[in-house]
Write a protein that binds this ligand. Structure first.
Ligand code: HEM
Length: 534
């Protein structure tokens, strides 16, 4: 509520709002000292110099000067909400993870949605992949499923991640996020990295201009493992399906919304949750074993591939409900630290080389971003189950082992100890081979699934893809890059390639790009796309 504010005139004639007049608590410094005047710095005479002695001024300014922390190196712009995950029925046949054992069990969760390329202050409806990061505070520690709204990724090996991000984000010289040259750099990288073609088809589709977070799917992308109490492993792909269904805006709507309301998506989530209209997603899984995986032409460790849902229908195993906005955006949404490495016993990694690299990157980046190895002491990152270890000290340490021994083994019978039966034990997959910088031959088909995605789209959606490719490539200055992209499109869908080439004014069609493995042509062709049709 807004009060009628009473102003008192101070000795110099300035207006004050005092604690006494308003019946409010007394303002203090961060050290607790009561403050008499927060409007005027300490001076010699009314027009004289300001004194260093003014500890209140210095503390106020010092704290303000340090308000910002580095934004995330990617996914800087995001919006989060609290909620819970509810297990539909026991999955004990497949996993020993405690959160999946009991029907109806609810586990607290926090979700952060994000764009990838833009900075913290960028607009919501950029054509971009959306992050869909979920932290579930299980009784066996935090499980972070750090996913996107697209089920595949641009690259197959984490070592390329700095390159793809450098190519897509602002140039170091111009600092334009969508400068002319940024289009060139992104499409240059993409056109030289054929493994990105499947993701590019999704990126140019309506998926990357979602109507709101509430209408988006989420995907864990990588193949993970579930491991049961008998130490049997099942491969798993995780998918979040929105109860409201999937919806996007049109490109010209996105452009207008960005101009009129750059906070469109966060406003939508805030308004929905504040009005009790809680968004919900179902967690669905595709479960399969090694024999099933061996039946595919592609490798289930390759993050540029999906397992078609027609071939292996996902099963719903629980739901995620978001029902509470954070009280403090900075403390919660900004400081939340998701890490793919956070898995409870019963959920394990596969050898996907992208996932393996991510497991290093997230912990590493959190130290830089949050500034202390004690970021798990922040309530948003702390587990909600009992925890005990021998870690101590470091910046902002709040949880030293006090009153007990801080090492092991010790002779005092104190402190926590390992539990081989309850603790995380990696699935003992047998590995052998030479040490080298391998690229698996089983990762070589870059076009079949790109084609499969394109032809699975409705005619209208295919037009949107063609329009998006034309629009984006029209910003690209170098003809050789445009032509190289078209040479890849020829391996995906000839009609699409022809339409984009014609719209870009490419007179002589390039040869199709070299493909290590022929594209599977047993997939039906798409109907021819007319250039005039929109
Ligand atoms: C954020 C690295 C691939 C989803 C981040 C951050 C880094 C990073 C450093 C910033 C984290 C922070 O400051 O809190 C990488 C690397 C990748 C990779 C090295 C590949 C090698 C992926 C993939 C996905 C993904 C494949 C989706 C499956 C996300 C999400 C966030 C994020 C959702 C934002 C988390 C949040 O909301 O705080 N990534 N990433 N990343 N990444 Fe990745």
């Amino acid at each position: 509520t807004v009060h009628d504010q009473k102003l008192t005139r101070g000795e110099g004639g300035e207006l004050h709002q005092t604690a006494e007049d308003l019946g409010l608590e007394v303002m203090t410094t961060a050290q607790g000292g009561p403050v008499a005047d927060d409007q005027n710095s300490l001076k010699i005479g009314p027009r004289g110099p300001v004194l260093m002695e003014d500890f209140h001024f210095r503390e106020k300014m010092f704290h303000f000067d340090h308000e910002r922390i580095p934004e995330r190196v990617v996914h800087a712009r995001g919006y989060g909400a609290h909620g819970f995950f509810e297990t539909y029925k026991s999955l004990s046949k497949y996993t020993r993870a405690d959160l999946f054992q009991r029907e109806g069990e609810r586990t607290p969760a926090f979700v952060r949605f994000s764009t990838v390329a833009g900075s913290k202050g960028s607009f919501d409806l950029a054509r971009d992949v959306r992050g869909f990061a979920v932290k579930i505070y299980t009784k066996e520690g935090n499980w972070d499923l750090v996913g996107n709204n697209i089920p595949v990724f641009f690259i197959q090996d984490a070592i390329k991640f700095p390159d793809v991000i450098h190519a897509v984000k602002e140039d170091p010289d111009s600092a334009f996020p969508q400068a002319q040259s940024a289009h060139d750099t992104f499409w240059d990288f993409i056109s030289l990295t054929p493994e990105s073609m499947h993701m590019v088809m999704w990126q140019m589709s309506d998926r990357t201009i979602p109507r709101s977070f509430r209408f988006m799917e989420g995907f864990g992308v990588h193949t993970f493992r579930l491991v049961n109490a008998k130490n049997e492993s099942t491969f798993v792909k995780f998918h979040w399906k929105p109860k409201l269904g999937l919806q996007s805006v049109l490109w010209n709507e996105a452009v207008k919304i960005n101009g009129a309301d750059p906070d469109f998506h966060r406003r939508d989530l805030w308004t929905a949750i504040q009005s009790g209209n809680f968004p919900e997603w179902e967690l669905q899984v595709q479960l399969f074993d090694q024999a099933f995986a061996d039946g595919f032409d592609f490798d289930i460790l390759d993050p540029t591939k999906i397992i078609p849902e027609e071939v292996l229908p996902p099963i719903a195993i629980g739901r995620l409900v978001l029902d509470r906005m954070p009280d403090n955006f900075f403390a919660e949404t900004e400081q939340v630290a998701f890490m793919t490495q956070n898995v409870p016993p019963g959920i394990d990694f596969s050898n996907d080389p992208l996932l393996q690299g991510r497991n290093f990157s997230y912990l590493d980046t959190q130290l830089k971003r949050l500034g202390s190895p004690n970021f798990t002491h922040l309530p948003i990152n702390a587990p909600k189950c009992p925890f005990a270890h021998f870690q101590q000290d470091g910046h902002m340490a709040m949880r030293n082992p006090v009153g007990r021994i801080n090492y092991q083994p010790n002779s005092f019978g104190e402190g926590p100890r390992e539990s081989p039966s309850r603790g995380f034990v990696p699935f003992p997959e047998a590995e052998e081979g030479a040490k080298a910088r391998f690229r698996a031959e089983s990762f070589a088909d870059h076009y079949s699934q790109a084609r499969q995605f394109f032809i699975s789209q409705t005619r209208g959606e295919q037009h949107h893809i063609a329009n998006a490719l034309t629009f984006e490539l029209s910003k690209c200055k170098l003809p050789v890059i445009r032509e190289r992209v078209v040479s890849h499109l020829l391996n995906i869908d000839e009609g699409l390639a022809n339409r984009v080439a014609a719209a870009l004014g490419i007179k002589t069609m390039p040869e199709p790009a070299d493909a290590a493995v022929p594209t599977r042509q047993d997939l039906p062709p798409s109907p021819a796309l007319s250039i005039v049709e929109r």
